[in-house]
Design a protein around this ligand. Structure first.
Ligand code: F6R
Length: 615
């Protein structure tokens, strides 16, 4: 996730900006930049770096020449969402006259529309970002005679989407203006200096006099003072922020660890991933994909390739693809695919699914698919990762960086994007009726709210997990859409809690594994009201008859199922193809609770790496 900092009134502006950026490094970033006003020469000086892993340090290197007389500055760490992580796409961005510099977090949904209008009016864009339009909108408003504050207000009134932004003005070098909508932004004060940041962790080492900003409020910062106006342009009294956290707690937003922070970020990760994927008439919009609809319509088979949790997302995708696009689809473990002499050709579409875009097994599978002439799409969370560079087209989840080793928010975002893509394939192939498409889109777009609702029961899920923290053997069962959910639940329990956990398609138990069921064995079953609910419940009966303790993921208020099992994890119901997004949530928390109760480090489980770059 991008980070913003800004300050005015310090006699050590550049060092303070770099230190504050370094405090945001934990969030992950791919490029960074700073802009200040050089008062002696009367110009904005901006330096940016896309040096992988070292961009912040690079901003302090000798090759960056900074002015001596600086009063205010803004800085940014970028995690690419629109446009590759290059020098030119790094923030700050400037207007045509270089009189305004901006930094921005969030996504400007209507940036294409705004950019087209601005370019037609003579503005020149120098990046591929959605953010640059903001600098030009402010330039346009200033040129029409508006004040600095009213120019920012005029600009944000034209933005659709989420933002936290800060603006530096050449002609008012001690002024910074900042505004936000949904994306976080806070302000801090010391006697002579005013600060802003997107993350409390950047300001805590400097001051505890902190103030909150609400949606569409604008703050003007001058040395040692702030002035906040509301959406109606009325001056309001700043609202102090009570902060009891230290820096480490602040980095985790007050959560005990990154994993729980990321679990609770899932509604936002889903919202940002699904943003703009359907147009106003709820038709899929995959404009970002460089493979056009005609080419997609000709494809005669889809293979999803991935590892670990991404593979589980791929399994859900294959089911949705067959359902909506009526085309043969399968999901395969990338490390196996690579060696199995697969039969593919130019009409095969291969989608590699990888949070990092760097997993070596998936990368080799991608290369193998290309060698056979297949068209390859990379679906990742990291813009410009190796896979996206080698694939024919890229799709991005916008989950923000995932720091916990076990995938949570990226996994959910992958499923959501893959399900949207399956609807898209169905639409371009003419296989999905308009009504079903609408229904699917409506349900998919509702999943962020459903996941939020499910998270409202987090304490209950944790309680159930704690109850079972001493278990040694757990089976996870599900059928059809429930099977990938069961696989993911088992993987989470294995990797976090170090508990033996096996996932089976529920109907398969009687073909062997049922001989292992005896009193003391715990069976977790995905028993939401999908089309196979009755079959699943028949399998549950088989487990209970042999003494297993059954924990079931069920739909809210489903007393009938609740009466047949020993413990329940209740989630909101949804359309069947969306259920993997919602039903995985309690299983993440179940595994989290077992792992925590056993004293394990949930952010860094033993023997695991976040990105697996060895075969
Ligand atoms: C499990 C987990 C791993 C990854 C797998 C693939 O919680 O995080 O199983 O899903 O290593 O990683 P990516 O998606 O980066 O290719």
């Amino acid at each position: 996730m991008c980070g913003i900092v800004g300050l005015t009134g310090s006699n050590d502006t550049l060092n303070q900006l770099r230190t504050a950026l370094a405090a945001l490094e934990y969030r992950g970033y791919d490029s960074a930049g700073i802009a200040v006003v050089d008062r002696a020469k009367g110009r904005i000086i901006r330096h940016r770096s896309a040096l992988r892993g070292a961009a912040i340090a690079d901003l302090g290197s000798e090759r960056m020449i900074w002015p001596g007389d600086v009063s205010a500055g803004i800085a940014h760490t970028r995690w690419a969402t629109h446009g590759a992580p290059t020098h030119d796409n790094a923030h700050p961005h400037v207007d045509c006259r270089r009189e305004v510099a901006i930094v921005h977090n969030g996504i400007i949904e209507n940036h294409r529309e705004l950019s087209t209008r601005l370019v037609a009016a003579g503005h020149v864009m120098s990046s591929e970002t959605d953010s640059e339009v903001i600098a030009h909108l402010i330039e346009e408003a200033l040129a029409s005679g508006l004040s600095t504050r009213h120019s920012v207000r005029a600009a944000i009134a034209q933005l659709r989407g989420d933002f936290a932004l800060s603006v530096l003005f050449l002609h008012d070098p001690e002024l910074l203006i900042a505004a936000r909508r949904t994306s976080p932004l806070i302000v801090g004060l010391t006697e002579h200096t005013a600060y802003l940041a997107s993350d409390i962790a950047a300001l805590l080492p400097i001051t505890r006099e902190l103030y909150a900003l609400e949606d569409d409020e604008i703050v003007e910062l001058r040395p040692g003072t702030i002035l906040i106006t509301d959406a109606g342009d009325q001056v309001i009294t700043p609202r102090p922020l009570e902060v009891t956290w230290d820096v480490t707690a602040a980095q985790k937003d007050g959560y005990a660890d990154f994993m729980s922070k990321e679990i609770f970020e899932q509604p936002r990760a889903l919202r940002e991933t699904l943003l703009g994927r359907f147009d106003g008439s709820l038709r899929p919009d995959f404009e970002e994909l460089s493979i056009d609809a005609t080419a997609l319509a000709l494809v005669n088979r889809v293979i999803y390739l991935a590892c670990g949790s991404s593979y589980h997302a791929a399994l859900s995708a294959a089911l949705a693809t067959e359902q909506f696009a009526r085309i043969p689809a399968s999901a395969e473990v990338a490390s196996e695919f690579r060696y199995r002499e697969a039969v593919l050709d130019q009409l095969t579409l291969v989608v590699v699914v990888s949070q990092s875009g760097e997993t070596v097994d998936t990368l080799h599978a991608l290369r193998e698919a290309k060698r056979h002439g297949a068209r390859v799409i990379a679906l990742t969370n990291v813009v410009d990762s190796v896979m996206t560079r080698e694939a024919d087209g890229a799709l991005y989840t916008h989950a923000g960086p995932e720091i916990g080793v076990a995938s949570t928010k990226c996994h959910l975002a992958q499923i959501a994007l893959l399900e949207a893509f399956a609807l898209h394939l169905g639409w371009v192939r003419g296989e999905v009726e308009e009504e079903l498409l609408r229904e699917g889109a409506i349900h998919l777009l509702a999943t962020p709210d459903l996941v939020e609702r499910a998270l409202g029961s987090a304490e209950r899920f944790l309680d159930v997990g704690r109850r079972f923290h001493e278990v040694d053997d757990v089976y996870f069962l599900g059928r059809r859409v429930g099977y990938p959910i069961a696989l993911e639940g088992a993987l989470k329990l294995k990797e976090l809690a170090y508990v033996r956990a096996e996932a089976y398609p529920a109907g398969e138990m009687k073909h062997g594994p049922i001989s292992l069921i005896e009193p003391g064995v715990v069976v977790v079953v995905v028993a939401t009201r999908t089309s196979l609910w009755e079959k699943v419940m028949a399998n549950v009966e088989e487990m209970r008859a042999r003494g297993a303790t059954v924990v079931a993921v069920i739909e809210e208020g489903d007393h009938e199922t609740a009466a047949l099992v020993d413990a329940t994890l209740e989630v909101p119901g949804t359309m069947e193809f969306c259920s993997p997004i919602v039903d995985v949530v309690p299983l993440q928390l179940f595994a989290y609770a077992v792992a925590s109760a056993r004293g394990n480090d949930v952010d860094r489980p033993r023997n695991l790496a976040k990105v697996v770059t060895v075969e």
